[in-house]
Design a protein around this ligand. Sequence first.
Ligand SMILES: NC(=O)c1ccc[n+]([C@@H]2O[C@H](COP(=O)([O-])OP(=O)(O)OC[C@H]3O[C@@H](n4cnc5c(N)ncnc54)[C@H](OP(=O)(O)O)[C@@H]3O)[C@@H](O)[C@H]2O)c1
Length: 219
Amino acid sequence: MATVLVTGCNRGIGLELCRQYHARGDKVIAASRHASDELNAIGARVIEGIDVTDDESVRGLAEALEGQTIDILLNNAGILHRDKFENVNYDDMLDQYRVNAIGPLRVTRALRDNLKSGSKVGIVTSRVGSIEDNGSGDYYGYRASKSAANMIGMNLHHDLSPDGIAVALLHPGYVATDMTGGTGVSPADSASGLIARMDELNLDNSGSFWHAEGYTLPW
Ligand SMILES: NC(=O)c1ccc[n+]([C@@H]2O[C@H](COP(=O)([O-])OP(=O)(O)OC[C@H]3O[C@@H](n4cnc5c(N)ncnc54)[C@H](OP(=O)(O)O)[C@@H]3O)[C@@H](O)[C@H]2O)c1
């Protein structure tokens, strides 16, 4: 039984990750800004008030978990503000950077003492953060924040893998959640793919960018 911590999990992909890890017998710590009825119904340990942009709340999370090993840390919390060249909003860009890029770094650093040799860290980033795969433009803030998340994940790989901690960058697919207005593959299918990728993650393939379906993506 692994201890799994998921951020941003009151709905969407994070909720489904918690549901599936709990169903297979893992011990789930659900760290969210607010709980939801669906999250409370899972039976996981829910820790509310965790905003990944806020130092004090993330420090509070670390204090609540002092001394507890986390086997799998899934940085899932994320936001999307749609934009194009004509209407880029710089404050929205910064918000996405704070949540999508700095958030996983802040949480992983705060929980560093909970990660031991054999622990794994996943960052739910996005294919649209791939520079090589960008065939359409638009989404300036979201794309840039997810590219930055990829870079931060690669840095974490370099910093943590010498201590036996593997790191993966994960694209969940195009998933039917509030973020996409409900179109795409089901959160359940996406989450089961992400869990399979985390199961396969090891020190040899650490620092890779995976599609939930199991193939690597270009940077
Ligand atoms: N859906 C897709 O097709 C798709 C594709 C590629 C990547 N992704 C990525 O997958 C992850 C999950 O997305 P989703 O589709 O499940 O979106 P979602 O349904 O909109 O859920 C986003 C989650 O992130 C949380 N969150 C947002 N800002 C936060 C903050 N500052 N601190 C803590 N939690 C915060 C939200 O909590 P609140 O309810 O409190 O706002 C919510 O639980 C994101 O990183 C997203 O970028 C999604």
